[in-house]
Design a binder for this molecule. Structure first.
Ligand code: BYC
Ligand code: FE
Ligand code: FE
Length: 505
């Protein structure tokens, strides 16, 4: 049986969209001939059209200077969303990236939609920003918007070391889609937040990932993505935070935000697929090469690295790093900000509509892991304050699904190794466990000792150098770098040696 993660991705995304009703219902015409393709009736909103068309060249300047380095004039086999319906979803063709049709696409309006949670539960959803929530909504949209270009900046140099044209194309697909997510948030800012919104849209193009003076807003988006294993880890772990956050915003009482994020979610599925399958392929290759060389000890890293594949302990270290940094993106486990967002009906919970409670949570509690009296234990706290903790729990469960599938590959190859999630308190900078010195197995230790042992748990400079040296570009159609297996299926069902990126053009 083909594992779910290996199924043809567009089908998965399409199934997701169908299950969420994104592809059903009455579709608003997509204005495809406009400078900015859209299904928001831009042609009849002159001032918004003008302000977005004014922002567009600045966006393109940003894309050219901070988007993929090189490759801008190459033909890339990309999927462009030209509509939110069945026919518009999967249109594949060769495109030069700066000519990609970045558009504004909202999931269809649900007639009669009612606010599903918070103090305004049951009221009709808002089509305009309620004055009292203006600042909070602006902040949520800006934070969401800031992560999108940040990830493009982080991935800027990866094209140069791609393991195959297939992977190169997937990288670029993700990059153009993250840039479209920026468009989605900029549309909301410019349409609903007037002058403030226009200023925020400019600032979104001015902050830079990792910059000392003007960094991106959230920690993980200022880290480097220096090699392809990091990229796959990022798309598995960090894009999945994106998914969880977008799912929460997709519940919002502010309907334009709910509709924008619902359509973004459909694209997110592909990003996580790239991460999960990428790591799975690297694991499979490592195991195969080990077996062929007669290496049974996964900790014989010297011998394994000599064969130019990534040892499993290093994969575990990368998991430890990306997972802990991404957990920080959920904010403090116990957070009054999150309680306020929820009570104000701005940001809900994962699968809010499927949860069986009053969706107001004023009298409920939720168990949150805390460190007290020298031990970790669950403590019941007011559910409203535990919204971030709950989302992090949902996220942890989802991650485990992927880890189980990777471990199945290792098991099937007959190698004795298991990739695990480090303890929730490991290496945290935000929230309950910020600043504690905790091992992946939950031992709380002296901070000096933690520092001297960090090399056991997190990638060292030597590890990163190994990865950097390993990832040499492989750009022959149908060929793959030594450290990674081919995927099971091509994009858009293309044959193995399909030229996903025309480097000669
Ligand atoms: N780094 O109550 P707290 C994606 C600040 S990823 C730096 O703990 P709250 C994507 C916080 O701002 C999804 N600062 O947290 C993925 C606050 O500051 P003030 C992005 C941080 O507010 C891959 C203070 O600490 N979307 O889409 O409940 C590729 C205390 O706040 C961090 C969203 O995040 C941090 N990690 O929750 C491309 C959704 N964490 O007020 C794209 C929108 C917290 O003291 N954002 N702080 O100055 C939110 O819902 C919330 O802002 C957060 C934080 C969940 C991020
Ligand atoms: Fe995104
Ligand atoms: Fe994404």
């Amino acid at each position: 049986m083909v594992p779910a993660s290996d199924l043809y991705t567009t089908k998965r995304e399409f199934d997701y969209m169908s299950s969420e009703g994104i592809t059903n219902g009455n579709m608003v015409e997509v204005e495809l001939d406009e400078l900015i393709p859209n299904n928001v009736g831009l042609s009849s909103d002159r001032s918004l059209k003008r302000s977005l068309e004014n922002w567009q060249p600045k966006f393109l300047d940003w894309w050219r200077s901070m988007g993929p380095d090189g490759f801008q004039e190459k033909d890339v086999y990309l999927r462009t969303a030209v509509g939110v319906g069945k026919d518009g979803w999967a249109v594949f063709d060769y495109v030069k990236m700066p000519e990609y049709r970045w558009g504004i696409l909202l999931a269809p309006k649900e007639e009669g939609r009612k606010i599903p949670f918070g103090n305004h539960k049951g009221e009709p959803v808002w089509q305009e920003v309620p004055g009292e929530y203006r600042a909070a909504l602006r902040r949520l949209i800006v934070i969401q918007g800031d992560t999108e270009p940040a990830s493009v900046e982080q991935q800027r140099y990866l094209g140069k070391t791609c393991p195959s044209l297939y992977d190169l194309r997937n990288l670029f697909q993700i990059n153009v889609e993250e840039a479209r997510h920026l468009w989605a948030m900029v549309h909301l800012l410019q349409k609903y937040f007037g002058r403030d919104g226009r200023e925020e849209s400019e600032a979104l193009l001015q902050r830079r990932s990792g910059d000392g003076d003007r960094p991106r807003l959230l920690g993980a988006f200022n880290e480097e993505t220096p090699d392809w294993l990091s990229f796959f880890m990022f798309t598995f772990f960090t894009d999945r935070d994106g998914k969880m956050q977008l799912e929460s915003l997709a519940q919002s009482g502010f309907d334009p935000l709910a509709r924008a994020t619902r359509f973004m979610l459909a694209e997110e599925a592909f990003h996580m697929f790239v991460g999960e399958s990428g790591i799975g392929r690297a694991i499979r290759r490592t195991c195969e090469v080990m077996k062929k060389a007669g290496i049974t000890d996964p900790y014989d890293t010297k011998a394994i690295r000599a064969l130019q594949v990534i040892d499993l302990p290093l994969m575990q270290k990368k998991v430890n790093f990306h997972l802990s940094v991404t957990r920080d993106l959920f904010g403090s486990e116990i957070s009054t900000n999150a309680a306020n967002y929820f009570s104000a009906s701005l940001k809900g919970r994962y699968k809010e509509m499927k949860l069986d409670d009053d969706h107001k949570l004023q009298n409920d509690t939720y168990p949150v892991m805390r460190y007290k009296n020298n031990s970790f234990a669950l403590e019941q706290v007011p559910a409203l304050n535990a919204i971030n903790a709950r989302l992090l729990d949902d996220y942890t469960r989802e991650c485990q699904g992927g880890l189980n599938r990777w471990n199945k590959i290792i098991l099937d190859e007959g190698i004795d190794f298991e990739i695990c999630q480090p303890h929730i308190a490991f290496n945290r900078q935000v929230g309950e466990f910020a600043g504690m010195s905790v091992t992946p197995l939950a031992d709380v230790i002296d901070s000096g000792i933690w520092q001297t042992r960090a090399f056991e748990w997190l990638p060292t400079d030597d590890d990163l150098k190994f990865l950097k040296d390993l990832t040499k570009p492989q750009t022959k159609p149908g060929k793959f770098a030594n450290w990674i297996s081919p995927p099971r299926h091509g994009v858009d069902n293309k044959e193995g040696d399909f030229e996903y990126v025309r480097l000669q053009s």
